[in-house]
Design a protein around this ligand. Structure first.
Ligand SMILES: [Fe+2]
Length: 302
């Protein structure tokens, strides 16, 4: 049963937790190239980065996975959190209340978790704490767009595509914004579905993987407030000889102006600006047959 769109919850991407072999290398990339700033380590000893005044937005644990290990979505209020937990349980997913230690490590007031069909621990939270100092990045003077729309977006690839779609729409109550279905090479179909729980065009997108891929996490996206900060980030990536998966371009569906850089852990970061937003009156849930209006070409290794 599809929920009444009027009852759809407000949910934002709160944080993404990754396990990587070389946290120092990833940290250098996030700081020097992407312009995020270090947060305080967690009570678990994980290191963190942030792109706004919140305590952390990326939580990094040392380990072999080189992949996402947890995704946190935040409700803005206690009532919203309770409703989100109820919805997930009513849709048939096992929801476990977080322990005080887990809430402490994530710096949230409330936490419940389950395992998404794409194999990643999924955390519903409320009350993500502020950092001790305001956000300021020398590399990104304009800062990042997060107010009311969350950290950014996260894109995962899974062979459990249909079950993941049910989890996201019925379990989480996110609305599908639109979808992409196109042939990206001879006989190679790409299908991606985009979901929103706030004005950001998508906070989560799910790609259909043709077979088990080494990484579930394709990319996380951060959105700069100033278009020139995208160009400056591209210059830093270029000058640091970072692998640029896709150069500057404009996406057809969310109209994001962005580029994609490959992190030392293999997954990517999309650095963008200027995506369109969706409202409660969104009626443009349709198929797109191209990823980009222009640009986003693969950049050969230099
Ligand atoms: Fe993206």
């Amino acid at each position: 049963m599809t929920a009444d769109p009027a009852e759809r919850p407000h949910l934002e991407l709160a944080y993404v937790c990754v396990e990587v072999e070389d946290p120092d290398a990833l940290g250098g990339f996030l700081t020097e190239v992407m312009g995020l700033v270090p947060g305080e380590p967690t009570t678990d000893g994980d290191v963190t980065w942030r792109n706004d005044d919140r305590a952390h937005r990326i939580v990094v644990r040392r380990g072999p996975a080189n992949d996402v290990v947890a995704i946190g979505f935040a409700a803005p209020t206690g009532d919203g959190f309770a409703a989100a937990v109820d919805r997930l349980g009513a849709a048939g997913y096992d929801v476990v209340e977080g322990t005080p230690a887990e809430r402490g490590a994530r710096r949230v007031a409330a936490l419940a978790h389950t395992v998404a069909p794409f194999g990643v621990r999924f955390e519903l939270v409320q009350g993500l704490a502020d950092a001790g100092t305001p956000f300021a990045s020398p590399q990104v003077p304009g800062g990042f767009l997060t107010e009311g729309v969350g950290f950014g977006h996260v894109v995962v690839a899974t062979t459990q595509f249909d079950e993941a779609h049910r989890f996201v729409t019925e379990g989480l109550g996110l609305a599908q914004t639109d979808w992409l279905a196109t042939e990206i090479g001879p006989g190679i179909e790409l299908e991606v579905r985009f979901f929103h729980g706030n004005p950001r065009h998508h906070s989560l997108a799910v790609a259909r993987a043709p077979f088990e891929l080494p990484q579930t996490l394709h990319h996380v996206m951060v959105e700069a407030r100033d278009r020139d900060d995208v160009g400056r980030a591209f210059d830093r990536a270029w000058n640091a000889d970072v692998v640029i998966a896709n150069g500057l371009g404009l996406h057809d569906n969310d109209e994001m102006f962005s580029f994609y850089a490959v992190t030392p852990a293999g997954f990517q970061v999309e650095f963008g600006h200027g995506a369109r937003v969706v409202g409660d009156d969104w009626r443009d849930d349709r198929r797109y047959d191209r990823i980009s209006r222009w640009g986003h070409q693969p950049v050969p290794p230099r």
